[in-house]
Design a protein. Structure first.
Length: 610
């Protein structure tokens, strides 16, 4: 315990904001202060193992696991027991489970229980899940319940409605191994489409119930669903959180967790309470701020009161506070131990659920700033690739050039010389930081020119200023280049695949399968029926499309949407990682239509090589 205390003191020195977590750059410095020199790339790898929400920061308990791993590499694993005592963790892995290097993965029992409870709550009224729910807490029940993909698909829909067309889910009582694999493939590709990072997660991992991967995916799906409602459309009263000199765009550019903290503090101030919260760890551990918040947002007649403040024992006070939350129907995600220990992830989810159900903000007449479909698609694509930090706002989060450069590196690995890039957030936020951001963006545009992108009239200052038209132009070309680069590798070509080659492939595939449909280009009006896409899916995997679900000549918008929803989900079910939305098909949006056909071509080429 003395060693743990020493590490805590060192950790806190570098936690400048006192928010309970530190960044990748700060982790390196803490390691150095503790006498351990760890390369930055190893730090990034370890963060991915302990930080499943991919926000690029770690809490103290997660840092202990990382530090234990560093010590283990030196044949001294004494700290592992300390790490386990610091936070109740289950360790899975080792030589046989995780990797050839003997990588170990960790997950908390508290998250297993919290996610099981949330799934039960979200899906309890689904008549098709009565035999599967509720999921008991503890043990391996959660991992066994999600092994056929049905619950996962339905949870994705609960988070972001209409992502999965349920006609595409195999729901028979007895599913064979192929049908289960199809469901998991559908779930994974649908999760990717809403912005989940699925690097190193496959259908077999979910079927086998690998705990750290299942929980990592569940957390991402749940978090995305909770954060999706933190906007002006769902809560016009959000504008009340504006600070002097701020615009709505400034407010909405904040990460959702920061908006939640501001909302929390708004109600503390309204209640005349002197304290403020700066994190979801230390500042909520005594339940005092929570008790004030609940009392402030509770509707009249709810019976919520401040009685927990009379309790001095923190665990009993946390239980009393949660009893008050239960009166609002919001006793979710956290148990008393999670509050007292300051589990950041679960407490953030608890607060997000409070905001979504009882925002306590009087509506205001404001101009609704709504994210376009195109912006949403690009943002989800970036996040699915695991960019760091997570992109919440397509424009403000790309202004320093770091995410853009990560995308270039994913399109063409090795193209970025990271020695030329300022990645240190502290330097970017200090005096002269704006110039560094512009330099990063200029370097990104230099790489864009090397890759033959169209950059006429675009300067680094345009991207750094968040100019929408210019940012979208670069991002679209990156997304297209990424898809085409995968195709090029599969085709073994030394030249980029052209749109016409994709069109020719599609028509050849359709003709070879005896289908009557064909397309002239990605602007062909016939695509609006989605029939060519469904025929193409059935050509790639014969018999996969249930023709009873297809309207051969849809006339109305609703009929076309029915076909489009089915086409998108069926594309994902056979393995195509499609990000486009059904509306893109119905309206024949050329850019998005191109990505659909390109992704189907990728899947066809993969099948040919298997």
């Amino acid at each position: 315990m003395a060693e743990q205390a020493e590490i805590r003191v060192t950790f806190d020195k570098f936690d400048a904001d006192k928010n309970g977590h530190i960044t990748a750059a700060e982790i390196t410095e803490v390691m150095k202060a503790l006498g351990e020199s760890v390369p930055q790339y190893k730090i990034r790898d370890m963060i991915k193992e302990v930080d499943l929400d991919e926000n690029g920061t770690v809490e103290f308990e997660e840092f202990l696991v990382m530090y234990a791993k560093v010590k283990a590499g030196k044949q001294s694993f004494a700290l592992q027991d300390t790490a386990e005592k610091a936070k109740k963790m289950i360790v899975v892995g080792g030589m046989s489970e995780a990797s050839a290097e003997g990588t170990q993965h960790t997950y908390g029992e508290e998250e297993q229980e919290a996610f099981s409870d949330w799934i039960n709550f979200q899906l309890e009224k689904d008549p098709e899940l009565q035999a599967r729910l509720p999921i008991p807490a503890g043990g391996d029940h959660l991992f066994r319940k999600v092994d056929d993909g049905i619950i996962l698909c339905k949870l994705i829909n609960a988070s972001i409605p209409n992502t999965v067309d349920e006609r595409a889910i195999n729901k028979q009582k007895k599913l064979n191994v192929y049908q289960v694999h199809e469901n998991q493939t559908l779930a994974l590709n649908s999760a990717s489409a809403i912005g989940c990072n699925l690097v190193n997660i496959g259908a077999d991992d979910l079927i086998q119930g690998r705990p750290h991967l299942v929980l990592g995916l569940l957390w991402q799906v749940i978090r995305i669903g909770l954060f999706a409602k933190i906007n002006l459309q769902n809560c016009p009263g959000l504008a009340r959180l504006l600070e002097p000199g701020e615009s709505l765009a400034d407010l909405l550019a904040l990460p959702p967790d920061q908006i939640l903290l501001r909302w929390f503090n708004y109600h503390l101030a309204e209640a005349g309470h002197p304290r403020r919260v700066h994190n979801f760890t230390k500042d909520i551990m005594d339940s005092e701020n929570y008790t004030i918040l609940l009392n402030q947002i509770a509707p009249p007649g709810s019976g919520v009161n401040r009685s927990p403040l009379d309790e001095h024992d923190t665990s009993r006070r946390a239980e009393g506070m949660l009893q008050q939350a239960d009166k609002l129907g919001c006793r979710k995600f956290v148990r008393p131990r999670d509050v007292v220990k300051g589990n950041s992830r679960l407490n953030m989810a608890f607060v997000a659920n409070l905001f979504n159900t009882h925002p306590g903000l009087e509506d205001m007449e404001v101009e609704i700033i709504e994210e376009t479909r195109e912006e949403k698609t690009f943002r989800n694509w970036m996040n699915s690739l695991g960019v760091n930090p997570f992109v919440n706002n397509l424009y403000s989060d790309l202004r320093d050039g770091i995410v853009l450069l990560q995308l270039f590196d994913k399109v063409k690995p090795g193209i970025v010389d990271w020695g030329k890039v300022t990645t240190d957030r502290a330097k970017l936020n200090k005096m002269g930081g704006n110039m560094r951001k512009i330099q990063n963006c200029n370097y990104a545009l230099q790489l864009a020119k090397e890759m033959k992108f169209s950059t006429v009239g675009i300067g680094g200052e345009d991207i750094s200023a968040g100019q929408k038209m210019y940012t979208l132009a670069i991002v679209w070309q990156l997304m297209r280049a990424y898809t085409v680069s995968v195709l090029q590798q599969l085709a073994g070509s030394d030249k980029p695949i052209t749109d016409q080659q994709i069109v020719d492939w599609a028509n050849g595939k359709l003709s070879g399968a005896g289908k009557a449909s064909s397309i002239r280009s990605f602007k062909d009006p016939c695509i609006g029926s989605s029939v060519p896409v469904l025929d193409l899916v059935d050509s790639i995997k014969p018999g996969s499309v249930n023709q009873d679900n297809v309207l051969p000549n849809p006339a109305t918008f609703d009929d076309k949407m029915s076909n489009a929803k089915y086409a998108i989900s069926m594309s994902r079910k056979i393995g195509a990682r499609v990000y486009a939305l059904p509306e893109d098909l119905v309206e024949v949006k050329q850019k998005m239509v191109m990505t659909i056909f390109a992704c189907l071509m990728v899947q066809d080429k993969k099948q040919e090589q298997e």
